[in-house]
Design a protein around this ligand. Structure first.
Ligand SMILES: [Zn+2]
Length: 208
């Protein structure tokens, strides 16, 4: 940027101020310097060569991504309320598998809700809240939770057999976390079709 441009003049003035007075805080150059310091790239706070700055951006973003991910993992590990998400997180620092599968967006959305919302869905302009109170769809006297909907509720037995058994729910894989850890497109399609058809039937029953 040319020396005469106001952003450049502002940046140069704040940079000079930061160098002469390192204790100065609350300027945007200071906040940027703190971010760069945190990720071991302090020299970028004084960099005025845009090509050099841009060449370091991928490294900066990777370090920021890794740092934020580690913070999230540490928070989940400490949490009693959200420890459940530990079962859904890949060990490697990669996105969950289902996000890279070639499945329709509406199916990815329903899988995301099942994994992240702990029993709350918004589907076809209708809110489903499985809040753990006694399920009014069946007569099993069980709490209506995501686990109940997927594994137990008698009302959905026909759909469970049609979509989930034996490939998704079998002798070895009847844990909720295993069912929600979608590894391939076949699994994703079956789980999404099951959830969508259950939610549509649930809405139909509740509205009668
Ligand atoms: Zn039920």
């Amino acid at each position: 940027m040319e020396q005469s441009r106001y952003p450049r003049i502002c940046f140069e003035a704040l940079k000079a101020e930061n160098i002469s007075n390192p204790n100065l805080t609350y300027s945007w150059t200071d906040q940027m310097r703190n971010i760069f310091d945190e990720f071991g790239l302090s020299f970028l706070s004084l960099e005025t060569d845009i090509s050099s700055f841009l060449s370091n951006c991928p490294s900066l973003l990777t370090k920021m991504f890794d740092g934020l991910r580690q913070t999230d993992i540490a928070s989940v590990n400490k949490s009693t309320k959200y420890g459940y998400y530990n079962f859904l997180t890949p060990e490697l620092p990669i996105s969950a598998h289902y996000l890279s599968l070639k499945i329709p967006h509406r199916k990815a959305v329903i899988i995301a809700q099942a994994r992240l919302n702990k029993g709350q869905f918004y589907h076809n302009k209708f809110s489903h809240i499985l809040d753990g109170s006694i399920c009014t769809l069946c007569n099993m006297q069980k709490n209506e939770t995501l686990e109940h909907l997927i594994l137990e509720c008698r009302v959905f037995k026909y759909r469970r057999v049609k979509y989930l058994m034996p490939d998704i729910i079998g002798e070895e894989s009847d844990k909720l976390e295993q069912i929600l850890n979608v590894e391939d497109e076949a699994h994703a399609n079956l789980l999404a079709d099951y959830l969508i058809s259950c939610l549509e039937e649930r809405r139909f029953i509740l509205e009668q």
